[in-house]
Design a protein around this ligand. Structure first.
Ligand code: SAM
Length: 295
């Protein structure tokens, strides 16, 4: 299948914002090109994310996507549209695979956890390594919402715990939880393609026996020790009673996909059931977390 790749010139100040714009305009995947072949170390909460002064943000769209509309949208929100530098390229499957392979690097989250593309050398074989290649479901670790959840999972002792990953996308959080010691994960997603991607990624990591995947219409009743949901504020609000039902008494919950100005309302909603922690901010994104009150 042919693809269209949009390259947008960015710098360390606007790279993350441009990445969100490309996602919002329908890019199936977004990544950054760095100048050097260095792994990206995900910052600890509170630390600054470091981008290169000459970053290129790349979005991948399927060939049928209306790129005039995308460019029009980007120009409508770009603070200096005359200066907006971009390039559109048509890519065949093998070209984009090559391109993305060149530009996707191992990333470290928290103290132990690495997300590594399969074609790169694993930087620390003794670490907890999830092998994951960019695909067409959301979740490679480059987005702050995913990074916030990965760092949170890394901070927990998940040995023999049960986990629900609500909005599992590529399965990145499910796989991280399993590799960090969880005995079973239930992944739920509204998108069948995401469930397929999660299944394939689980196989690649030898975790498929411990991962159950469901569409929302089939989701089982279950009480988990740990629940993580990286979807947007709207569904997190709407689905609060459903999501909270998955959290066992004194179980832990993390919510991501929330913008800073949306956090107080969600903090209040989930505060009905959980003792909430202070929320953590990365870029303009927030992670909320808490412990479910005992019955
Ligand atoms: C931002 S992605 C997160 C993917 C991955 N968990 C991560 O952290 O990178 C959100 C995922 O939630 C799914 N989703 C959105 N609304 C949903 C809903 N109402 N129920 C279940 N999944 C949903 C989307 O299909 C998408 O795969």
């Amino acid at each position: 299948m042919p693809w269209i790749q949009l390259r947008l010139q960015a710098n360390e100040e606007n790279a993350e914002k441009y990445s969100d714009w490309l996602s919002a305009s329908g890019a199936q995947a977004v990544t950054f090109i760095d100048a050097k072949d260095t792994p990206i170390y995900e910052p600890l909460p509170g630390d600054e994310v470091i981008y290169w002064s000459n970053t290129i943000v790349m979005g991948l769209y399927d060939a049928a996507h209306d790129m005039d509309k995308v460019i029009g949208y980007l120009k409508s929100i770009h603070p200096d549209k005359a200066q907006m530098q971009y390039k559109l390229e048509q890519l065949e499957d093998k070209d984009w695979e090559r391109e993305w392979m060149d530009n996707f690097h191992p990333m470290k989250f928290g103290k132990r956890l690495w997300i590594c593309p399969s074609w790169r050398e694993v930087p620390d074989p003794e670490a907890v390594n999830v092998m994951l290649d960019p695909g067409l479901a959301f979740g490679t670790g480059t987005h702050p919402t995913t990074a916030l959840c990965l760092t949170w999972l890394d901070s927990l002792d998940l040995t023999d715990k049960t986990v629900v990953d609500f909005g599992c996308g590529s399965g990145i959080l499910s796989l991280a939880a399993l590799k960090l010691g969880a005995k079973k994960v239930i992944g739920i997603d509204i998108d069948p393609q995401a469930l397929q991607a999660s299944k394939e990624n689980a196989k690649r990591n030898g975790c498929e026996q411990r991962l159950e995947l469901y569409l929302p219409k089939d989701q089982p009743q279950f009480k988990a020790d740990v629940v993580v949901a990286n979807i947007l504020a709207g569904p997190l609000k709407e689905l609060a009673p459903t999501i909270i039902e998955y959290v066992a008494p004194i179980g832990l919950l993390a919510l991501s996909g929330v913008l800073e100005n949306q956090a107080p309302e969600l903090q209040t909603i989930y505060g009905q059931w959980c003792d909430m922690d202070n929320y953590v901010v990365q870029e303009e994104w927030v992670r909320l977390s808490g412990k479910r009150k005992p019955d």
